[in-house]
Design a protein around this ligand. Structure first.
Ligand code: NDP
Ligand code: OXD
Length: 318
């Protein structure tokens, strides 16, 4: 093999799935950094697939040309102290990941709309009782983060009949979806009975979902609302505020896939709320074969002199 090796440092890829990635690179050695024997030197290694990698990893790679994120979010890579300033970081943008996220978001909105947690409680009490049931068209869902994931989720929620509004740093123009930019935050929040977070973690979005924001959301006249749904990053939510807002009724319900600390500590009060649907950062896990194919295709483009796709803007942090 004459081509530069690819270093794989992704802690969520188990050892027995590394061959799935390696199979996408017939002509290139894949160094399994997490499970394999670590080579004495990483000189000559031009590419890395990284995630939550050890702090000094990149300083061992003097010939590094591109870092590929194993997921859509790049906050952990950008926070790595050995990240070189001049090496491009490429996000994982993938149909399968996008589809899974939209499935999760639609599921959560429907779970709250159709009051499934209340029906679960009624079932446990052997209670045959029908609740008043508005339609999706009677519910306003706002999405904070109208990027690849937010836009797909918005379109699919609109197909289900929800009234969807979107919010992002730069204003979007999307058929049937009223969009707001970051200068119109309060006007946007006042529209939202359900609020979906699909934001990257940056300095600006850290702690953005807090009591002050939750208090600005709209109340639905029939359903438990407002409802907070977050699959972006846990550090964007103030969990003490989330707990107190669920406890005092500022929030009528929530669905949360991401947490300040993962795994969620056993003593977190969030485990206990009946009106909170909690999933373990699984809304849109990267499909390993698609990750391998995507990186192989991008390296092919790069070596053919074409621009890389989905390069992170370091000045924005996503
Ligand atoms: P994108 O980069 O495509 O979109 C990010 C969106 O957030 C953009 O619309 C951007 O605005 C907006 N945004 C960023 N910063 C701000 C800000 N300060 N104010 C207002 N809007 C802002 O990312 P993706 O849609 O691909 O992914 C979003 C995030 O989802 C990831 O970063 C990751 O954290 C999370 N994720 C979670 C997964 C899970 O399983 N739970 C799986 C995959 C991703 P603009 O359009 O103007 O640039
Ligand atoms: C991602 C994730 O960013 O899974 O892709 O969180």
């Amino acid at each position: 093999m004459s081509k530069s090796p690819l270093l794989l440092s992704v802690n969520f890829i188990p050892k027995d799935e590394v061959p799935v990635i390696a199979g996408c690179f017939a002509d290139r050695e894949v160094i399994d950094w997490e499970h394999g024997k670590k080579p004495g030197t990483l000189d000559g290694v031009e590419y890395a697939i990284a995630w939550n990698s050890e702090p000094e990893l990149f300083s061992r790679m003097p010939d590094l040309k591109v870092i590929f994120s194993a997921g859509a979010g790049v906050d952990k890579i950008l926070a790595n102290p050995s990240l070189p300033a001049d090496v491009p970081v490429v996000r994982f943008v993938d149909n399968s990941l996008t589809t899974r996220m939209s499935e999760w978001v639609c599921l959560q909105c429907l779970m709250h709309l159709r009051q499934q947690r209340q029906y679960d409680a009624l079932q446990r009490g052997h209670c045959w009782k029908e609740l008043p049931q508005p339609e999706a068209k009677d519910v306003q869902v706002g999405i904070m983060g109208m990027g690849v994931l937010g836009q797909d989720a918005a379109r699919k929620l609109a197909v289900l009949g929800f009234n969807v509004v979107g919010w992002s740093r730069t204003k979007k123009t999307i058929d049937d979806i009223v969009c707001y930019d970051a200068t119109e935050t309060d006007a946007f929040l006042a529209q939202c009975q359900y609020l979906v977070g699909l934001l990257p973690l940056t300095a600006e979005t850290t702690g953005i979902f807090n009591r002050s924001l939750f208090q600005k959301l709209a109340k639905h006249p029939v359903l438990a609302s407002p409802v907070f749904i977050n699959a972006g990053r846990g550090a964007s939510q103030n969990e003490a505020d989330l707990v107190s807002c669920l406890a005092d009724g500022t929030l009528g319900g929530a669905s949360v896939d991401v947490f300040e600390t993962e795994p969620l500590p056993q003593d977190s009060p969030l485990w206990e709320f009946g009106n909170l649907i909690l999933t373990p950062h699984m809304a849109a896990t990267s499909e390993i074969i698609e990750l391998g194919r995507s990186v192989a295709r991008q390296i092919g483009r790069f070596e053919a002199g074409h621009p890389l796709e989905h390069v992170v803007d370091r000045s924005l942090g996503y």
